[in-house]
Ligand binder design. Structure first.
Ligand SMILES: Nc1ncnc2c1ncn2[C@@H]1O[C@H](COP(=O)(O)OP(=O)(O)OP(=O)(O)O)[C@@H](O)[C@H]1O
Ligand SMILES: [Mg+2]
Length: 377
């Protein structure tokens, strides 16, 4: 049963015949009442959200209803990137220099102790929305002003007028998929060209030496523990800097970008299923069975316009080793570049027993998909 304010946002409800209840998902009272109503019909085993926007509310609800869940206070701290940075720094982890500002003048002043280039981003957000590398004082002040002028996020939810200025951490980027405080595996991430950071691909498991794997695993375990995130899934993003693994951000939830799917294909652990098990009060089974390498590559929006044709999906799927190809848009849909997760309008997943080949096949198959636009509107 899905509790949602705008069920029409979720086309899979219809496609998969999922039951839903319309309610105000920003109000714990409205959700609690909905849960009480449901429990009159049948016992409720658990409540959970995989969406960044609602994880904290779902955990609050679980606590109110005496159900299993993450600590809502830990989630609240973690979801604010500024508070999270302060906690990680206090606990002794490698941390880039950072400052939270509420005006563009203060953003300029922050550069007195944070060396350019810097990352300028919202304190709360997801999908790389508003995250930008800035190389000059003017760029910093201009981008801070853009972010500070926003009163709602991409989902129309209110946002705080706060901007984080961070030292730019240089190094290859990885994410660690964690469950119950333990690293399940490490994903290699491919992001778009600077100054934006759209995630365009992932490889699992990441090609890393045993020693690096171990040092990343230790940092991640300690960091997740220090933030009180030992319940269920977490997704830790880090860069391998000269000083060692440096955490970019910890998300107290399942990874997005189909990472749980490539993890499942590569090592047999279904993080979604195990999360559902945990939420329902059962014992999760996190037993890796490494069998393949899996890579995903995303189809990028080709520009601004109305989609007039989508070709090559069949061709992509027909390539040996390709296990999935999807386009999330339809002919007639309007698309435009946003420089964040919305630029991903489809994907291809390939899996083989070689990491190099899986990545190459996913890239090849992705290049076969062509999305044509009409620019006349
Ligand atoms: N201080 C930093 N140094 C280097 N790169 C950074 C830094 N902060 C952010 N980035 C880059 O920007 C990306 C997105 O930043 P961040 O994870 O903070 O935002 P987000 O909106 O939560 O994004 P997502 O949901 O896509 O992970 C990171 O994955 C990383 O590539
Ligand atoms: Mg992130």
């Amino acid at each position: 049963m899905l509790l949602a304010e705008r069920p029409e946002r979720y086309p899979y409800l219809k496609a998969d015949s999922v039951q839903y209840l319309k309610c105000d998902s920003s109000s714990s009272e409205s959700l609690y009442n909905a849960m009480q109503g449901l429990s009159q019909e049948a016992p409720v085993a658990g409540v959970f959200s995989s969406s960044e926007y609602f994880i904290e509310m779902a955990a609050t609800l679980a606590e109110l209803c005496g159900l299993s869940g993450a600590d809502p206070v830990a989630l609240r701290t973690c979801r604010n990137k500024w508070l999270q940075r302060q906690r990680l720094q206090a606990a002794g982890f490698n941390t880039p220099k950072f400052e939270c500002v509420t005006s563009c003048e203060k953003a300029g002043e922050a550069l007195r102790h944070i060396p350019l280039p810097v990352i300028v981003k919202p304190t709360m957000g997801t999908g790389s929305v508003g995250v930008r590398l800035c190389r000059t004082t003017n760029e910093v002040m201009d981008h801070a002003a853009v972010l500070l002028n926003r009163t709602v996020n991409e989902r129309g939810m209110p946002i705080l007028p706060e901007v984080l200025i961070e030292e730019y951490v240089v190094g290859l980027e990885y994410s660690v998929e964690v469950f119950g405080g333990v690293a399940v595996g490490i994903t290699k991430k491919h992001v778009s060209a600077e100054p934006f950071f759209v995630e365009l691909g992932h490889d699992f498991p990441a090609p890393l030496s045993g020693a690096l794997r171990e040092s990343i695993g230790t940092v991640v375990h300690d960091a997740v523990r220090s933030l009180g995130l030992m319940w269920g899934p977490a997704h830790v993003e880090l860069r391998l800097a000269a000083e060692g693994p440096t955490i970019i951000e910890i998300n107290p939830r399942l990874a997005g970008g189909f990472i749980p799917e490539i993890v499942r294909i590569a090592c047999g652990i279904d993080l979604v299923k195990e999360t559902v098990r945990l939420v329902a009060g059962e014992d999760p089974r996190i037993v890796p069975d490494p069998k393949a390498h899996a890579s995903i590559r995303f189809v990028e929006v080709p520009g601004a316009g109305t989609i007039k044709g989508i070709e090559g999906v069949g061709e992509a799927v027909a390539i040996e080793g390709v296990v999935d190809a999807q386009i999330y848009k339809n002919v007639g849909d309007w698309v435009q570049r946003e420089n964040d997760f919305r630029d991903r309008i489809g994907h291809v997943i390939a899996s083989t027993d070689s990491e190099v080949q899986a990545a190459a096949l996913a890239e090849l198959a992705c290049s076969r998909i062509r999305v044509q636009l009409r620019h006349d509107e």
